[in-house]
Design a protein. Structure first.
Length: 98
């Protein structure tokens, strides 16, 4: 049985852009959840810092994650996100079940 690909992404909205990031992420989440290999795509704002975001993602396997990375919807999302966040891109952390 193949292992799922599990990760979380974090990023911080530039001051005054938190709501824009939330809207962008909300729309993108709907698109990702419709991808065949997506199992979970849950996006959150930190309760104590509304400019900080946390996204938890699970894909059926590595091939499904690679399909997500190569999906056309990611290009405009990442371009728009890059303009709204402090970091150069979202910071990815891959996880492994124990």
């Amino acid at each position: 049985m193949t292992e799922p690909t599990i990760l979380h992404a974090t990023f911080t909205a530039r001051n005054g852009h938190g709501d824009q990031v939330a809207d962008l992420l909300r729309d993108f989440a709907e698109t990702v959840r419709a991808e065949e290999g997506n199992v979970v795509f849950d996006a959150f704002r930190l309760a104590d810092d509304p400019n900080s975001f946390f996204v938890y993602e699970v894909y059926r396997d590595e091939a499904a994650f690679q399909a997500h990375i190569g999906a056309p919807a990611g290009i405009p999302f990442n371009a728009a996100l890059r303009e709204l966040i402090v970091e150069p891109s979202s910071q990815l952390t891959f996880l492994r079940r124990i």
